[in-house]
Design a protein around this ligand. Structure first.
Ligand SMILES: [Zn+2]
Ligand SMILES: [Zn+2]
Length: 153
């Protein structure tokens, strides 16, 4: 099968090795694409494990699964992918979907990602963060939150 992420590749040669944690995404864009493919396949485990480690425990797996199960994702267009500083990137994308009630819609988002120890993670802006600006960042970079992921959350 063609990979749901929108790259013209077989799933087995594209996002499947990422979904199996056999390989890791080499860019924020590919991580974002693989997360879209995971939503498409309703693989919520992958969504959780590719969110910033300190945010993972704060995600509600049942709620995410229910949301994912109710959506039928159609296709993904990546509009832009920019590196920001030494460890962040932003990806602007549009994803088309059909919701549970049969309505088609478009999800237009600019997502932020952080790279820690050569692994890319999604920074989830909906997860409450209780860090002050001077505390070490949640990504584990060792920098102050304000100077690191705080710019995106
Ligand atoms: Zn793919
Ligand atoms: Zn950080």
């Amino acid at each position: 099968m063609n990979c749901p992420c929108g790259l013209q590749l077989a799933y087995a040669e594209c996002c499947q090795p990422l979904h199996d944690f056999y390989k890791f995404a080499d860019s924020a864009e590919h991580l974002m694409r693989s997360r879209f493919a995971a939503f498409y396949l309703k693989n919520v485990d992958y969504i959780i494990k590719t969110t910033a480690p300190a945010q993972q425990d704060l995600l509600d797996k049942n709620e995410l699964q229910a949301w994912a199960d109710g959506m039928s994702w159609q296709n993904l267009t990546v509009k832009s992918h920019n590196k920001v500083g030494k460890r962040h990137a932003q990806v602007h994308f549009v994803a088309q979907f059909i919701s549970r009630d049969g309505k088609t819609g478009e999800h237009d988002e600019r997502s932020a990602f952080v790279c820690v120890d050569n692994r890319w993670y999604f920074l989830d802006p909906t997860v409450p963060v209780s860090l002050t600006n001077k505390q070490p960042c949640l990504c584990g970079s060792g920098e102050k939150f304000k100077a690191c992921c705080g710019k995106f959350l």
